[in-house]
Design a protein around this ligand. Structure first.
Ligand SMILES: NC(=O)c1ccc[n+]([C@@H]2O[C@H](COP(=O)([O-])OP(=O)(O)OC[C@H]3O[C@@H](n4cnc5c(N)ncnc54)[C@H](O)[C@@H]3O)[C@@H](O)[C@H]2O)c1
Length: 285
């Protein structure tokens, strides 16, 4: 079975930064690549800040924190991933972008390297078709925030080898995650089930049935969700949510996945949620 020692992460945004932390905490050496230098800096700072707060609370030793931070290396060059045993991508939810990235990595990386995608619902099979090592490419869907959420959803395409799935199941356990294996259908298990609920909340707001606060407080108080659905969409990113809905609707033609017009308009306006400072709620204050 493939032995994983050194891991690469491409994309250091919301998900990438959390995934880097998960890998480094599990004692893997991590090389992280992002197209934007300030994003790399911000990712490292955010990991440092989260670990520092655990040191303050006494749940992590200062020395452990330094060891975790010492395992993380940032770069803007994909070539520095050549010797990684596993590469997880967390770049935006755009199939062409991801296919292009994997085709480049396929040329750069040693032949044994396994490729994982953090896509929320794009076709993993399409990504496998963009590389020569389709048997060593799979979905590795972490949930947000990656250091907190315990599920790792692996996605198996018809070309993923059993050996790759077994190696990644074992790897997921070393990260302290509960691993499930889903088929490569739009949205896999989690996103396929959760998306109609989130879109329903946006439609309810759009139709004027309830205010955003009423919708969110109702789900928090009645179903014990830690966040209301509109707060969740702000947290995920409205652009990401729109892209997920479009992919699912395209594949299934099921109206429960049709993106509400309000979501589309908010994305056009640049209201992307927490990451842009404004979504259903205002985060600028
Ligand atoms: N946001 C969520 O809640 C969530 C949850 C689970 C999965 N996902 C999935 O994870 C992936 C990333 O989502 P995110 O919310 O972290 O996005 P994000 O926009 O926060 O981060 C994407 C990062 O990728 C970088 N990037 C773009 N193109 C690049 C390239 N070619 N090479 C290197 N870096 C590049 C950008 O600079 C940015 O920092 C998406 O596929 C998304 O669907 C998101």
């Amino acid at each position: 079975m493939a032995i994983i020692r050194k891991v690469g992460v491409v994309g250091a945004g919301q998900m990438g930064a959390g995934i880097v932390q998960v890998f480094a905490e599990a004692e893997y050496d991590v090389v992280v690549v992002d197209a934007s230098e300030p994003t790399l800096q911000k990712a490292v700072e955010s990991i440092d800040k989260r670990l520092a707060s655990r040191v303050e609370k006494g749940t992590l030793a200062a020395e452990q924190k330094e060891n975790i931070m010492g395992r993380i290396r940032t770069t803007s060059k994909l070539e520095e991933l050549a010797e990684c045993d596993l590469i997880e991508e967390a770049i935006p939810e755009d199939l062409e972008l991801k296919k292009d990235l994997f085709a480049k990595l396929d040329r750069i990386c040693k032949s044994e390297t396994i490729f994982g995608t953090n896509t929320s619902g794009l076709s993993v099979t399409d990504m496998a078709a963009a590389v020569k090592r389709g048997d060593r490419l799979l979905g590795m869907h972490f949930h947000n925030p990656a250091p907190v959420m315990k599920l790792l959803e692996l996605v198996r395409t018809i070309v993923t080898s059993e050996e790759t799935i077994d190696a990644m199941k074992a790897f997921g356990v070393t990260l302290g995650k509960t691993v499930v294996v889903a088929p490569d259908v739009g949205g896999f298990i989690v996103t396929r089930l959760f998306t109609p609920f989130l879109l329903g909340a946006v439609s309810m707001l759009e139709e004027g049935i309830a205010t955003k606060e009423e919708i969110d407080v109702s789900m928090r108080m009645a179903v014990n969700h830690p966040m209301g659905p509109l707060e969740v969409v702000d947290f995920i990113g409205l652009d990401t949510e729109l892209s997920i809905a479009e992919t699912l609707y395209e594949e299934t033609k099921d109206p429960k996945y049709a993106p509400p017009l309000l979501l589309r308009k908010m994305v056009t306006a640049g209201w992307l949620g927490r990451k842009s400072g404004k979504g259903f709620y205002d985060y600028t204050k």
